[in-house]
Design a protein around this ligand. Sequence first.
Ligand code: FES
Length: 1005
Amino acid sequence: MNITLKINGIEHAIDTAPSVTLLAALRGLGFYGIKFGDEQGLSGSDTILLDGKPVNGGSMLAAQAEGHNIVTIEGLGEHPEQGWRKTEGLHPLQQAFVESGAIQCGYCTPAQILAAKALLDRNPNPSEDQVRDAIAGVLCRCTGYLKPVQAVLKAAAVMRGDEPVNWDSVNWDLGNWTDPPPANQPGSSPNEQFANLLTRPKVVVTPQTQTYQTVGKPEKKVDAIKLVQGKPAFTADMDMRGMLYARVLRSPHAHARIKNIDATKARDLKGVAAVLTWQDIPHVVYSTAGQSDPIPGPLDTFSLDNKVRFVGDRVAMVAAETPEIAEQALSLIEVEYEILPAILDSRESMKPEAIRIHDEPEFVNFADSNPEKNLAAEIRIDIGDVEKGFAEADEIFEAEYAVPKVQQAHIEPHVCVTYWDEDDRLVIRTSTQVPFHVRRMLAPVLNLPVKRIRVVKPRIGGGFGGKQEVLMEDVPAHLTIATRRPVIYEYTREEEFTGARSRHPMKVRMKTGVKRDGTITANSMYALSDTGAYGCHALTVTGNTGHKSMALYVGDGEYRKAPNIRFYADIVYTNTPPAGAFRGYGVPQGYWPLDRHMEKIARALNLDPIEFRLKNAIHPGEYHPFSTAWNEGREPRPEIIHTVGLEQCVAQGRAAIAWDDKYGNEEWRNSASNVKSQKSGATFDFRPSTKRKGIGVAMVMQGTAIPYLDMGGASIKMNDDGSFNLLVGATDLGTGSDTVLAQMAAEVLGVPLEDMITYSSDTDFTPFDKGAYASSTTYISGTAAVKAAEIVAERIRIRATMILGLPESEASSIRLSNRQAIAPDGRTVPFTEIALDSLHKNNQEQIMGVASYVSPVSPPPFAAQFAEVTVDMETGAVTVDRLVMAVDSGVIVNPLTASGQIEGGMTQALGYAVCEEMRYDENGNAIERDLDRYHIFRADEMPELETIFVETFEPSHPFGVKAVAEIPMDGVAPAVGNAILDAVGVNVDDNPTTPEKVWKELKNK
Ligand code: FES
């Protein structure tokens, strides 16, 4: 049918099928700012304005939009005509999003801005609540919404002509680092109107950072402009002539053998280019875990197999001219299954009579995996003598805990485009955290040499570990090989829930020996971890559960010198969707039982919960206890921890949340009223309150990269105008790593950030990097960038001596600053002159440097996480009112991006604490299959968030950095659990703390 769409004031006549959505039509016309997030419009990333109102373009037909005014992100600002203009031509909302650090992956950003625009068009002076309501329909998995709300308020002020609130600056604390903060210091807000609602990040800086020009400054992200304009930066924002659409037939059974499969009817359907079953492609066993070689886990997966091991496992793959034809073809594939008994519970999996899930002869063991016992991995770590420690204890505390299976739920689904290039090389353009692992690992699966594969990583719309998996690139790749045509494969939201990865659910048993004075004499954890149908990341995730939680508490006195710690784990197969990497990588599963256990012990022994934890926590100068015993299946290498800012974090955090006023204060606990609308104060209920407040703390540590293994590379070259290209194999999945790597290189080279043109990543052009995981990019890839910059800086200094007529031996005395080389006698040579001289005039050379880095250590970041809750004793409902996190992540390279990481991480962790869970019925069918049943926090549901960085200077890094990305996942859930205990005196030991569980415990009290 022929329709005309009026888009951003211009009419577009198109010929389209009646069933085509407005989302598809707009993207087909090149308006890529509208994004696919899910089929129901629940993610909101498909938001556009229709006659000024936000609507979901994926939920309406293109034909329904005829006769209406459509506004997309491309209609804001002036960028379509930007060309030779000197400004970016941004709308005030776009400008504010850039300046406020409101963009992480940027996938939701166009939709958030359009929703905000609709609000500001009708209400130029909105309250914070009105802003939150306006953008509540656009889910963001990265930011925690704080900075987007700040950005909208700022833009509103600018558009009104008012002086905007300065959200962009950081609340620097340049005082003596060792001075305690003032007691009960309130959250720092730059405006009374928003006091305690929108706080700026605070950075307690180390003296070493005060001389830096770029490092440590809240620089705008290098990729912010294109994202705020909705430019086609993401994997799916690419159209190719002759593109086919892939779909996968998935198993309806949890465990079955494929007796027969007949694809004849599907192949005969008009518009179908290929149907592939397990009989049509190489039967190569591999692991989908995106990790370095050799993969530290069993090889147990095939692109397609004659057996299915969970509901959602692959059965066949189709490529067709349209997505609709591909869907239709799936329904025509005839499959005869032999249904097998299914194991849906990890305890059942360990029983001797349990059916074997992996009986394929190709299975390749790693370490202690044993398919005969349904065991993907086994861990037995003993440090010291735990039994002796128990014998010496005055009290033994034992308890069992459970943590759920949860989803990464990045708003951009998994998506990949494959095609043959003109040299007959297979190009894989994919939203991945691990482009180099994708190339290496898929080569044998596709039966191609590595050199015939090129992996391109465009912008990633969030990953959180879910894209540390070589999860689905093989599907379009097989189909491109079969058809010789470009193929795009994009997961549906339901596939994300049924056919992607998740966090390992675990049942955890704790046993701890303690002296009456609070000295821990021995600490033991046993984890039964459920890897699902495949063993990707089974060993390493669960290893980290113990490695990075049980290491925090070593004991005190003689026990501190020789801690007694045990961590045992069995990681078993079940017929459920596989678990994998998820931000935190096993560590949140460790801190729920560990810290909840610590809280119970402190209360049972009548000890102050903060003092009890600090008494037993690790100190600087001590060995990481696990470094002497375990290294992800490799040789252990003992490692001393040099920087521990935990005590300072506690001091800052307890002051910010007013711990000393609230903890143990019965009057405060009872101060929660039955106010129905707390924020507006509109409706009051003066019945006796059924609500109680509580406050809780948790202390956590993480790691920074995997020592002796994780490697990052960087190359830098100088251009004619003295600017630089920084090429890195690292992958910025929204974290801001492109920006912080460029900041560090710019610092070394003495140039502003705008002179660093950063590109990541392409296996043909950028140096190797193991990818974005293990909180390693700033530390590992950042060191590589610094080293490459130092090589370039050295050449610049030498070229400067040549131009100035100085001996080369004086090169080291040349300072680089403000785009020039400065000699000790004050003479200067601009970089432009050095660049032109080196490229065109004298002793010509390309000034460039290539470097790589592997660390011998993994310095842990530390944090104190505080939570304040209100519990309704009638319903069990828990409202988290406030989260304060004080973090020692070493030196903070960019407080804006780093605080965004903490705010977003705390928000994900909040879901883990109170509502997120993936459950299955008795046949193994997922109950949560969309973003309605699987609830992630919206902008209007958020508690107050406050971030405090307590800097230490980590000596193993040139700029003193440690990791920041994963640690916010670790402490929120136990801090909330401890706060619930504080409020109403009940323990919920199974995470998440849903109203049902709290209510049940209250009834059993
Ligand atoms: S920035 Fe919102 S989803 Fe990533």
